[in-house]
Design a protein around this ligand. Structure first.
Ligand code: LLP
Length: 435
């Protein structure tokens, strides 16, 4: 099995931690997101240990990976900060009582009202992503007689080997200020004129699902050269250097892995050497892992509604979920490991394509995966590694309701997000008067 928190009972049923997946489906129905809380805590602990290699470092969980209230509460319990990218995530973080100084607010297109909400709530740091933002922050902060801490988001022009939709560090990209362009100088000059901005350093994030040590080392190198140049040109002493997230995790046995401890050891010695050589004070390092904190904690359970065998083509399995709860195949052709949770002892040796319930041919969860030969209606499928970017990307296309999220903890479990009801779908709809 791909993960150590998944087991098989003598009857061939899938367990997550010490909880039966089939018991959960009986109690809550499907589709159902199930996450192992202890696995999330374990992932956080791994990062906590790995960052001790830096003299001064902080973890910010990239909440876009999975952003319901309980997840923010867990971050508070584990005493880690969060990166938020919208007013909704910021609101949820505040509701979870995350200390505001541990909230970093991102976004390439923030509105005046959103910035005002963030500043009113004393958000720890705003990561500036556009020139206009500098002016808005200055205006709002001076109105509130407040000094707002900020970082500037830099695109270091690095092209990691990952899928195009999640590359964020290349020159031609909607995020940040590209290294080597005049826009950076304009931004710095504007910031230096802004007396209500406490400018502490730089942020970069090169992409997501990255396995190359090299890509991070190159990024660190480019960013350190940049820090040096900023010190020489603008007398900026970088107090914080945020190197983003993106650390890859395996979804199938063919995927690679990246050892965070090894990576951080390499980056820490690179940082130390550079700063020593160039007499630069070592900045505090921030990291923003999202996927790697939650992905392997989660599975999604579906019920099979039917199986269709098309001679000389494919065998389709129709399930009761789809791109509404997991749009990642439709968007990125993402691969998953999928098992039949009630037939774990049977050989998974027949090829199927898993079709979602939406009225759209592209709504698949996986193409050509191996499952037992005798799949039938009411069997339960478990899609593994769905803890990240599944719940948070779920939607109501075709007016399907979003599934519940259950957290298991050993043999106990609790609901952390209720299943949406049909009435929830109508909550904001207006009944117009009949003519
Ligand atoms: N920091 C910033 C500024 C980011 O934009 C992201 C992800 C992260 C941190 C966290 O990256 P992670 O550690 O999760 O790879 N929806 C896509 C992933 C989009 C990632 C966007 N930014 C997917 O389902 O694969």
């Amino acid at each position: 099995m791909l993960y150590e928190n998944l087991h098989i009972t003598n009857n061939g049923e899938l367990m997550i931690a010490d909880t039966s997946t089939l018991d959960l489906t009986k109690q809550y129905g499907t589709p159902l997101y199930v996450m192992d809380k202890q696995q999330i805590i374990k992932n956080i602990k791994m990062y906590k240990e790995a960052i001790t290699t830096f003299d001064n470092a902080q973890i910010l969980y990239a909440s876009k990976a999975c952003d319901f209230l309980a997840m923010f509460q867990l971050c508070k319990q584990e005493n880690i900060g969060v990166d938020v990218v919208s007013i909704g995530e910021l609101y949820t973080a505040i509701k979870a009582n995350i200390p505001v100084e541990h909230i970093y607010y991102h976004g390439n297109s923030k509105t005046y009202q959103e910035l005002e909400y963030a500043i009113q709530n004393k958000v720890g740091c705003i990561v500036i992503d556009a020139i206009e933002e500098i002016h808005m922050i200055q205006e709002i902060a001076s109105q509130y007689n407040y000094i707002q801490k900020a970082l500037l988001r830099i695109t270091p022009n690095i092209d990691p080997h990952t899928f195009d939709e999640v590359k964020t560090g290349v020159l031609d990209c909607k995020f940040g200020f590209a290294i080597g362009t005049e826009l950076i100088d304009t931004a710095i000059q504007e910031i230096q004129k802004s007396s209500n901005i406490d400018f502490v350093g730089f942020h970069c994030h090169i992409g997501s699902q990255i396995f190359e040590y090299d890509a991070y080392q190159k990024t660190m190198d480019i960013m350190l050269q940049f820090v040096k140049q900023m010190q020489e040109t603008y007398q900026i002493h970088t107090k914080e250097l945020n190197i983003g997230g993106g650390f890859g995790i395996p979804y199938t046995n063919e995927d690679s892995t990246i050892c965070i401890t090894t990576l951080f050891n390499q980056l820490a010695s690179q940082l130390q050497q550079f700063c020593q050589t160039h007499s630069i004070e070592i900045p505090k390092i921030l990291i923003e892992p999202g996927r790697s904190i939650v992905a392997n904690s989660g599975i999604t359970l579906y019920t099979i509604n039917g199986v269709k065998q098309i001679p000389n083509a494919r065998n389709y399995v129709n399930i009761d979920g789809g791109m509404t709860d997991n749009p990642r195949y439709a968007l990125y052709k993402s691969k998953y490991t999928i098992v039949c949770a009630n037939k774990m002892h049977q050989p998974h040796d027949s090829m199927y394509t898993i079709a979602g319930h939406c009225c759209e041919s592209g709504d698949l969860i996986a193409k050509d995966v191996y499952l037992p030969q005798n799949l039938q209606r009411n069997d339960t499928l478990a899609v593994l590694t769905t803890g990240a970017y599944n719940y948070s990307m779920s939607n109501n296309y075709n007016r399907f309701t979003k599934p519940a999220v259950i957290w298991v903890d050993g043999n106990k479990h609790q609901i952390v997000v209720h299943k949406e009801t049909l009435d929830d779908l109508l909550r904001n709809d207006v009944t117009i008067k009949e003519a």
